[in-house]
Ligand binder design. Structure first.
Ligand code: AGP
Length: 607
C-alpha cells in the first residue's frame, strides 16, 4: 500500500522525508516522490521504481525547504511511472494520497469541463485541483479542504502542502490510517508510527473522518462535521531501532528467527505458567458461556490462522465457528444474532476487507474481538476487546512471526473457552497450558532444520508448481505453505487437505511436481501415510515434515525433515517455521525481492 509522510521541520526536510519513506518501503510500492515548499514555491522530485532512484535524483538536485510531503506509491489508478508518482501538484496545492477515490472519474470530468489541466492518470490528482479551485475563489486552505473532503467518495489518507505557506500541513483520513507526530518545534504526518519513528514517539492517531491542520506550534483536529475534537496522544512503542534488519540479510529472516522470543512474549501475556492456567486480560468482555457461535473473518495468512482456530474452538470448546475470507464475508450479509461473537485477525489492523467485515458484524450487534499486532490500529480501536499478538513490528511483507503469534493467542482463547463452557477440566487446561509453554523451545528446535531446508530449496527453485498437503489443523498450514511459496518465489503452489488428493489433485502427480506433506505423528498420521504411498506410486517426489515417531513410517518420502515429537495442539504453530524457511530460502535462491515481493503490499488498505 502507499506510504505517506509530511514534515514541518526546522531545517531542510528532504533528507528526513527520504528517511521516513525508507521506513515505509515495507508496505510495498513501485514509485516515490517528494515535494517541498521553499521561498513560497514548490520544489519536487519523483522517480519510478525503488527509493534508490529517488535518492540519486535528490543527490543530483537537492530540494530546499523546511516543509514538505513524501510518498511511496503502490499503483492503483495509472501505471507505475514518474507521471503518476505522487506528490501531485495543481496550482498552489501539492497532495499525497493512500487509498482509492471511487468517484474520481466524475471529478476528473468536472475539472476538465472547468478548464483544468490534468497531468496524470491518477485519482489523487483531482484532490489538488479541487482544493486549488477553492483557493482561487478566495477561501483559505482550511476552508477549501473543509469544502472539498465531503466530495471525495472512497478511502483516503491525504497530506496536503500549500505554496506560499511554509508553516502549514493538512491531513485527512477516511478508511486509510493517518497519524500526527508531535516534535519539538516540528510536526509530522505519517501513515503509521513506523514512518515517524526517527523523529518522535509522540503519536496521535486520527479517527475515521478526521482531518487535521498542523503548524509548527501544534495541531487542530476536526471531525467529519468539521467540529473541533481532541484525540489522545500516545507514546509509540515503535523505535527506529526495532525497524532494523540487524545482521540479517532480510527482515523476513530476522522475523522468522525472532519467533522463539516473540512467542515467549505473547505466551507470557496469556498464560500463568506457575498456576498452569490461561489468563486473558479483558476476557470478561467475551462471555463464551453465552455464545452460540463464533464468526471469524480475516485475509491471507491471518485467515489461515483462523482456519486452524476453527478446529480448536470446535474441539476444545464445542463452539461452532463460521469462518470466511473477509473480501467475501463483507458482502455475504451473514445473518447474525446477539449470541454470536465476531473475531477478526489482522497483523496490521488496517486491512480494508477485514475492517469492513468488522463493521458489518458491529452493525449486527455482535460482540467484536480482534487479534491484532498493531495496538493503535483501526481494527484494534473499533473492536470491543483486543487480544494483542506481542510480535513486535513485522516489516517483511510475508507474514511469519505474526502468524505463529496469532495461532498462540487463538489457542489460548480456545482453551479458555473450553474451560468456561465446561468442556475442559482444570487438569486438561493445565496439560494444554504446558503444551503451549513449550512452544518457544520447540520453535528453537524447528529453526535448527534451516541448513537442510536451505539445501532442498535449491531443488524446489527449479519447479514451476508445488503441492502442499496436510490434515486436521495442519491442513490450513498446507494452505499457508503454498501461499508463502507463491508470494515469495512466484512459483505456483496449492495447499490441499491430504484426504482430498484422490478427488482430483492426484491427477497432477508426476516426477516434476514437488509434494510437501505436513504430518506430525498424530492420530490421523496413518491416513496420510496412505496418501503419500499413492503419490509415490505415481512417481511423485515427497518431502515429509514430521517428527521422530513419524519418520520411520514415512518411507515413501524422498526427503524427511524431522522435528521433535510434541503435543498435537502446538504442531501448526511449530511446523510453520520450517514451512516459512522453505519459502524464504527458495526465494533467496531465486533472487526475488524477499521483503517486498512484486505487486504485494504489507497492509492492503484498499478493496
Ligand atoms: C501474508 O504473508 C500476506 N502478506 C497477506 O496474505 C496478509 O496475511 C494479508 O494481507 C492480511 O494482512 P493483515 O494480517 O495485516 O490483515
Amino acid at each position: 500500500m502507499c506510504g505517506i509522510v509530511g514534515i514541518l521541520g526546522t531545517e531542510a526536510v528532504a533528507p528526513q522525508l527520504l528517511d521516513a519513506l525508507k521506513r515505509l518501503e515495507y508496505r510495498g510500492y513501485d514509485s516515490a516522490g517528494i515535494t517541498t515548499v521553499n521561498g513560497g514555491a514548490f520544489q519536487r522530485k519523483r522517480a519510478e521504481g525503488k527509493l534508490r532512484n529517488l535518492e540519486s535524483a535528490l543527490a543530483s538536485g537537492p530540494l530546499a525547504g523546511n516543509a514538505g510531503i513524501g510518498h511511496t506509491r503502490w499503483a492503483t489508478h495509472g501505471a507505475p511511472n514518474v507521471r503518476n508518482a505522487h506528490p501531485h501538484i495543481a496550482g498552489r496545492v501539492a497532495v499525497v494520497h493512500n487509498g482509492i477515490i471511487e468517484n474520481f472519474q466524475d471529478l476528473r470530468n468536472e475539472i476538465l469541463v472547468a478548464g483544468g489541466d490534468l497531468q496524470s492518470d491518477t485519482d489523487t490528482e483531482v484532490v489538488a485541483h479541487l482544493i486549488d479551485r477553492k483557493l482561487s475563489s478566495g477561501l483559505s486552505p482550511k476552508e477549501a479542504v473543509a469544502e472539498v473532503l465531503p466530495k471525495l467518495k472512497g478511502a483516503f489518507a491525504l497530506a496536503l502542502l500549500f505554496e506560499g505557506d511554509e508553516d502549514l500541513l493538512i491531513g485527512a483520513r477516511k478508511g486509510s490510517p493517518l497519524a500526527v507526530g508531535h516534535g519539538t518545534g516540528e510536526m509530522y504526518l505519517g501513515s503509521d508510527a513506523i514512518a515517524l519513528s526517527p523523529f518522535t514517539d509522540r503519536i496521535t492517531y486520527l479517527e475515521e473522518g478526521d482531518w487535521a491542520v498542523l503548524t509548527r506550534s501544534g495541531v487542530s483536529i476536526f471531525d467529519s462535521q468539521n467540529k473541533p475534537v481532541s484525540r489522545r496522544e500516545s507514546r509509540s512503542a515503535v523505535t527506529a531501532g526495532l525497524i532494523d534488519k540487524g545482521n540479517y540479510r532480510h527482515f523476513m529472516a530476522k522475523e522468522i528467527h525472532e519467533q522463539p522470543e516473540v512467542l515467549g512474549h505473547t505466551l507470557s501475556h496469556y498464560i500463568d505458567l506457575g498456576e498452569k492456567r490461561i489468563r486473558i486480560p479483558a476476557i470478561e468482555a467475551l462471555d463464551f458461556k453465552s455464545l452460540d457461535r463464533i464468526v471469524l473473518s480475516a485475509c491471507g495468512t491471518a485467515f489461515y490462522a483462523g482456519l486452524v482456530a476453527k478446529y480448536w474452538f470446535e474441539k476444545y470448546a464445542r463452539l461452532p465457528v463460521e469462518i470466511d475470507i473477509a473480501s467475501e464475508f463483507r458482502y455475504r450479509e451473514t445473518p447474525m444474532s446477539g449470541r454470536d461473537c465476531a473475531l477478526f485477525i489482522s497483523q496490521s489492523g488496517e486491512t480494508a476487507d477485514t475492517l469492513a467485515s468488522l463493521r458489518y458484524c458491529k452493525a449486527q450487534g455482535a460482540v467484536i474481538g480482534a487479534v491484532v499486532n498493531v495496538a493503535e490500529s483501526t481494527i484494534a480501536r473499533e473492536a470491543d476487546v483486543v487480544f494483542p499478538t506481542i510480535a513486535g513490528p513485522e516489516i517483511g511483507v510475508a507474514s511469519t512471526k505474526a502468524f505463529t503469534c496469532q495461532l498462540t493467542v487463538l489457542a489460548a482463547l480456545a482453551v479458555h473457552a473450553g474451560l468456561v463452557r465446561g468442556h475442559i477440566t482444570v487438569d486438561e487446561e493445565a496439560e494444554l497450558v504446558e503444551a503451549l509453554a513449550a512452544v518457544p523451545n520447540f520453535a528453537l528446535s524447528a529453526l535448527k532444520t534451516e541448513p537442510a531446508i536451505e539445501a532442498m530449496s535449491q531443488t524446489l527453485a527449479k519447479a514451476s508448481n508445488a503441492l502442499y498437503l496436510g490434515r486436521g489443523t495442519n491442513f490450513p498450514l498446507a494452505l499457508e505453505g503454498a501461499l508463502k511459496l507463491k508470494e515469495l518465489s512466484y512459483i505456483h503452489a496449492e495447499g490441499y487437505a491430504a484426504g482430498e488428493l484422490k478427488h482430483g489433485p492426484i491427477a497432477l502427480i508426476d516426477e516434476t511436481l514437488p509434494v510437501f506433506v505436513i504430518a506430525p505423528h498424530d492420530g490421523i498420521y496413518e491416513k496420510t501415510v496412505s496418501n503419500m504411498q499413492e503419490v509415490a506410486a505415481r512417481g511423485g517426489r515427497i518431502v515429509l515434515l514430521t517428527d521422530e515417531n513419524g519418520a520411520d513410517k514415512g518411507s515413501a518420502a524422498a526427503e524427511t525433515i524431522i522435528l521433535p515429537a510434541m503435543h498435537d495442539l502446538i504442531t501448526p504453530i511449530v511446523y510453520a517455521l520450517p514451512v516459512q524457511l522453505l519459502a524464504y530460502h527458495t526465494a533467496v535462491f531465486m533472487g526475488t525481492d524477499v521483503d517486498q515481493p512484486r505487486n504485494l503490499a504489507k497492509s492492503v488498505t484498499v478493496e
